[in-house]
Design a protein around this ligand. Sequence first.
Ligand SMILES: [Zn+2]
Length: 307
Amino acid sequence: MQRSSLKSLLLLVVLASVSAVRCRQLVAQDRFDTQKTVVSKDQPSVPVQHFVSNGWHVAATRNFRIHHRADLTSSSLQRLASHLETQRHTIGSTWLGAEFAATWSVTCDVYLHQTDLQYEQHSGMPVETVGYSRLKVGRGKVWSRQLDLRWHRDHTRTFDVASHELTHIVLADRFCWRQIPRWADEGIAITVETGDRRERLANVLQDAVEANRLFSIRDLLTARNYPSDRQLADLFYAQSASLVAFLAEAHGYQQVLRLAEMSTEQDVSVAVASVTNWRDATELETRWQAWLRQSRKADSLIVAQEK
Ligand SMILES: [Zn+2]
């Protein structure tokens, strides 16, 4: 194997590992969710082709190959296929805008697991995670996309986790040359979630505001990893989603991604001044916290209306 090929391979493996780590902690917290997300039955139906490949039954759409063990009803498969395609389009057109490709050059392989053992063996993750995305990214390209899902009889939670993980997969198209910052990747993913989990994080954020123990904006924007402490990790996710919502409302989705890119390359105050009309990170922090204190708790992690 040539060295350049070996280096490329190593880069892909490293980035895949980074992607693997970033989701582990977040989805592990999903075990504390109790309510279920209501999935619309009115989602547009998408064409699905069925065939068998390498021992798996496959339901294929334009951008996804859903691998399963032939123990799901066709209506469940159809609903999941429609959910994935619809969410992919919604997330991509919202956040990537004109850059969003109607068709991925590399299809996303989705693996559905009916048992805990199947899920853990195939994904390498504990079953509490429910869903797990794996990306190979580098040299300006997404080389592979994979999503493992634990399928539950009440599969609404599976759908919500799929939306979260799909956000990471869609955003990877924009971040093929650099690692997307944690605050942006998880913050955006949480704003596309629905239901109880986001409500729980809104409570965490509200408590931190009242106790005056928020992360500083500089710590949030420069964090390379999540806090290992679970409560601090919750606050990190909650603040990240809140910052995303605030910035999107004030400056638009594209500027959120521009700040995510620039904050990895230069001082955060320089990045803030370049992307917004504010002086520096301190002014961003002041304005964001004022917005946070004025927001209704339930709205603090939702992009109400893009500018
Ligand atoms: Zn995540």
